[in-house]
Design a protein around this ligand. Structure first.
Ligand SMILES: [Zn+2]
Length: 184
């Protein structure tokens, strides 16, 4: 079999093989763990194979490489032509451009489909980009994640606190008819 791959394509194939445990993903896991959050990896039965699953928060976290997942890359069809706008963190190479565009387009579409399926099943989807997880930006990004986790938790599991508000009147303890005034 002749090797028809360009060095870039070969590099891509190789990188797929060791795509587990990328550094940005490790940083996220480490941060969560150190802040007392527990999660699972490679959970079966959750669509789209999220990188990190937090069942308590019904949240799926994806840690996306900016290049492979086309961070901020715009692919717009204009007069039957595909117009590609690269972004700061995803610059599509000029060499073999069609290959990369097709690859990134497929990845973007697949990602989107996965996010939708999860979302339809009541999951919160958090997408983290490699560029947001650089050491200098990690803390700020993760604090936002933390807010999202709690926000979603409150919205989703709010019924627990409602049971307190909706105590039936008969079950309330007896109280004195005339409340004592303060300061006496
Ligand atoms: Zn990026």
């Amino acid at each position: 079999m002749t090797d028809t791959m360009t060095p870039q394509q070969r590099h891509y194939c190789m990188s797929r093989i060791r795509s587990k445990d990328t550094t940005p993903e490790k940083r996220v896991r480490q941060w969560l763990w150190q802040h007392g959050y527990r999660y699972r990896l490679n959970v079966k039965g959750v669509p789209g194979k999220p990188d990190i699953v937090m069942r308590k928060y019904r949240t799926a976290i994806f840690v996306n490489g900016c290049f492979w997942h086309g961070h901020d890359v715009e692919l717009v069809v204009s007069s039957e032509q595909l117009v590609v706008k690269s972004s700061n963190c995803c610059k599509i190479p000029q060499t073999n451009r069609d290959f990369w565009v097709a690859k990134i387009q497929r990845n973007q579409e697949r990602d989107q489909k996965n996010y939708e399926i999860l979302s339809e099943n009541g999951w919160q989807v958090i997408v983290l980009w490699e560029c947001q997880l650089k050491p200098k930006k990690l803390e700020k990004t993760m604090l936002q994640v933390e807010i999202q986790l709690h926000d979603f938790y409150i919205k989703t599991f709010n019924h627990r606190s409602k049971t307190y508000i909706h105590i039936e009147e008969e079950s309330l303890p007896m109280v004195a008819e005339e409340p004592e005034e303060y300061g006496q």
